[in-house]
Design a binder for this molecule. Structure first.
Ligand code: SF4
Ligand code: MG
Length: 336
């Protein structure tokens, strides 16, 4: 296909003592070069599992993957662990939420940035150290020629996150997957880190998958958005579609988190009542029906019995009619 990354009908299942967990249950999306796709949803919605499947970091002993993941023309679901290891770091890399666990406390920041550069690019120690200094400068660390020899604990949380971004970008990958990259940081630093990611993307043309539970982060960063719930994509659109005219009742619930990044005052989240369904025994019909306030507006018992389908392109997996989606949003949901 012409997309840089294409995920088609992805299923990821874990075998557990209690049965099979359907962590990702038929997910499709595309990502173009130089663009950012936001994947948004609560924890347990399958966002991180999707990311692990793309990177090939799932445990093959208890995990079954079906469907297609095509990265720049290369099929990844059937690729060998060796192929995937080569691709990780050089072609695709990741930025984690927690820099304290992703960075080793025992090695200098510079060494940890230099290491993948030596491994994947065949650089010498000296070249890799110079590259680490350059990367620290690019991510905005002051006095990089000195700080390159610091250990992670000598960096602030925001600086460690910048160092992780330097590590992820050191080999100039085509795809960066950032999983909750700013969740542990305060709001001002969050915005700085997201701006940094965007600047680096503009310099290098990297494609980014940004995984988050926070629509405010999406608003700041993404071009296109997939909203996930219970292992499925329930809505897809441009960032403008999702923020201005969301269609799915679950996306309406997420809107409560929007003001966080754009305001210095912490606005309380409006939580969606109830909790996501068990992925061991997902309910029939729409996975959101156990929490949805609009079940009775759909004819018959369809919400509880018939799985709503997500159309290709812009759209939502919900049995409400297009008119109902628009009218309910305008009359009851839209912030006044
Ligand atoms: Fe709510 Fe029914 Fe739409 Fe699901 S299909 S989101 S339960 S109205
Ligand atoms: Mg997660």
């Amino acid at each position: 296909s012409e997309h840089f990354l294409s995920v088609r009908d992805l299923y990821v299942q874990f075998a557990t003592e209690d049965g099979t967990v359907k962590a990702v249950d038929g997910l499709s999306f595309d990502l173009d070069r130089g663009k950012t796709l936001g994947i948004v949803g609560e924890s347990g919605s399958g966002k991180s599992v999707t990311n692990m499947a793309i990177l090939g970091l799932h445990n093959p002993r208890n995990t079954t993957i079906a469907g297609e993941i095509v990265l720049d023309g290369q099929e990844l679901t059937g690729a060998s662990p060796k192929t995937l290891e080569k691709l990780r770091g050089k072609k695709m890399s990741m930025v984690f939420q927690d820099s304290l666990t992703a960075l080793s406390p025992y090695y200098t920041v510079g060494r940890q940035i230099a290491e993948p550069y030596m491994k994947h690019m065949g650089a010498s120690k000296k070249e890799a150290r110079d590259r680490a200094v350059e990367m620290l400068r690019r991510v905005g660390i002051p006095q990089p020629q000195t700080r390159v020899d610091d250990y992670p604990h000598q960096f602030s949380g925001g600086m460690r996150q910048r160092a992780m971004i330097a590590m992820a970008l050191v080999c100039d990958p085509d795809l960066v997957i950032a999983d909750e990259p700013t969740t542990a940081l305060d709001v001002t630093v969050q915005a700085q880190i997201l701006d940094l990611l965007k600047d680096l993307q503009q310099e290098s043309g990297t494609s980014i998958i940004l995984i988050t539970h926070d629509l405010g982060v999406i608003a700041h960063t993404a071009d296109d958005v997939v909203v996930m719930y219970a292992g499925r994509a329930v809505e897809r659109g441009t960032v403008r579609d999702i923020l201005k005219t969301p269609e799915h009742p679950y996306a309406w619930g997420l809107l409560g988190s929007i003001p966080r990044l754009s305001s210095s005052v912490d606005v309380p989240l409006a939580p969606i009542p109830g909790s996501p369904p068990s992925l061991l025994n997902p309910p029939p019909g729409c996975p959101f029906h156990t929490r949805c306030a609009f079940v009775d507006q759909v004819e018959g018992d369809r919400c509880r019995t018939e799985r709503p389908v997500l159309p290709e392109g812009r759209g939502s997996a919900c049995h409400l009619t297009a008119d109902q989606k628009r009218d309910i949003f305008i009359e009851q949901i839209q912030p006044r």
